[in-house]
Design a protein around this ligand. Structure first.
Ligand code: SF4
Ligand code: SF4
Length: 314
């Protein structure tokens, strides 16, 4: 199972674990390694989507050094239970010229599930062949429009026709190569700028996706993105335990580990994989203290969490 903070299934399954009253005694335990590790290959992006707070990104932009990625993968190769590895962060993963090499290395190191989220604008045939042959397992495509007008008003700086053609070609190439991976998840985010045409989106993609490969559609809703946007009204009251520190670890392109992918400016650091091992960060004093605090619904000192939708709703 892939944990994805925005998927309905994940939310449903984990909503119970957000209750401090029910699970408080168990909050001191955690898995020996995260179930999911999100590795930001780059925080650069060629788009400027309306709902994405990229204009507030203050971090330096860049690409993860391959040596650092290799270090992380080598450590994971000796783990008996390997996490799902996301190869993306606060950026467009296909901008990374080494993406297919990273996927190949992850698979060689025994990672069973590799995953990216892309806007598909650079998913040209040569890249498609490379990532299919490298063994990518799942690819989620953010496609937030049903025609040129709605797409361009939402996924600014991208081209509707190019992205649409890339996805169609991708499915054709995967079939031609007689592969069923990566499985595709076509994601839509209904909002004002795209007219929330959910049914049109569904009929637009139904005939393109291949059910035998497990392709599917996914609908999500607007998030405040740790305070980067203000789509949802949040009150002062904190009601939920965020399970991220028990389940997942996010690594920024420069090797710093942070509480989660919502912390796109890296202000809630939990370690640095340039100097520490994954095990040291995951089982270290910083994350242990965070788990204790979050278990008590205490998010003081965590500005991104305090403005995050997650802790304010069930
Ligand atoms: S493609 Fe993704 S990272 Fe880039 S602007 Fe859009 S939502 Fe943000
Ligand atoms: S910002 Fe904090 S509360 Fe929100 S998902 Fe991340 S760790 Fe959880």
């Amino acid at each position: 199972m892939i944990l994805n903070a925005r998927d309905k299934i994940t939310r449903g399954l984990l909503s119970l674990a957000k209750s401090p009253l029910l699970f408080y005694p168990y909050y001191r335990y955690h898995l020996p390694l995260p179930a999911v590790i999100l590795i930001e290959n780059t925080n650069c992006c060629n788009a400027q989507c309306v709902m994405c707070p990229r204009e507030t990104l203050t971090r330096k932009r860049g690409f993860m050094e391959f040596g650092l990625f290799e270090k992380i993968m080598k450590e994971l190769s000796s783990a008996s239970r390997k996490p799902v590895v996301h190869l993306h962060g606060f950026g467009e993963p296909l901008l990374d010229p080494l993406l297919s090499e990273r996927i190949t290395l992850a698979k060689t190191c025994g990672i069973k599930h590799t995953y990216i989220v892309t806007n598909a604008s650079l998913l040209f045939p040569e890249t498609a062949r490379k990532i299919i042959n490298a063994g990518l397992d799942t690819m989620k495509i953010s496609f937030y429009g049903t025609d040129e007008e709605s797409y361009h008003a939402t996924m600014r700086r991208l081209d509707f026709k190019v992205a649409l053609n890339n996805v169609r070609e991708f499915v054709r190439i995967r079939r031609e190569l007689k592969k069923r991976t990566p499985k595709l998840i076509l994601q839509y985010l209904p909002q004002e700028t795209n007219g929330a045409k959910t049914e049109e989106f569904q009929s637009m993609w139904r005939s393109v996706l291949d059910k035998r490969a497990g392709d599917c559609l996914n609908l999500i809703s607007l998030e405040n993105f740790g305070g980067g946007r203000a789509y949802n009204r949040i009150g002062e009251r904190i009601v939920s335990v965020c399970f991220y520190p028990w389940a997942a670890l996010s690594v920024l392109f420069d090797g710093r580990a942070v509480t989660c992918c919502m912390d796109y400016n890296g202000v809630q650091g939990v370690g640095d994989l340039n100097f520490q091992s994954l095990m040291e960060v995951w089982n270290g004093t910083v994350l242990s203290a965070i788990r204790r605090k979050f278990g008590r619904l205490d998010y003081s000192g965590f500005p991104t969490c305090l403005r995050c939708d997650w802790v304010h709703r069930r």
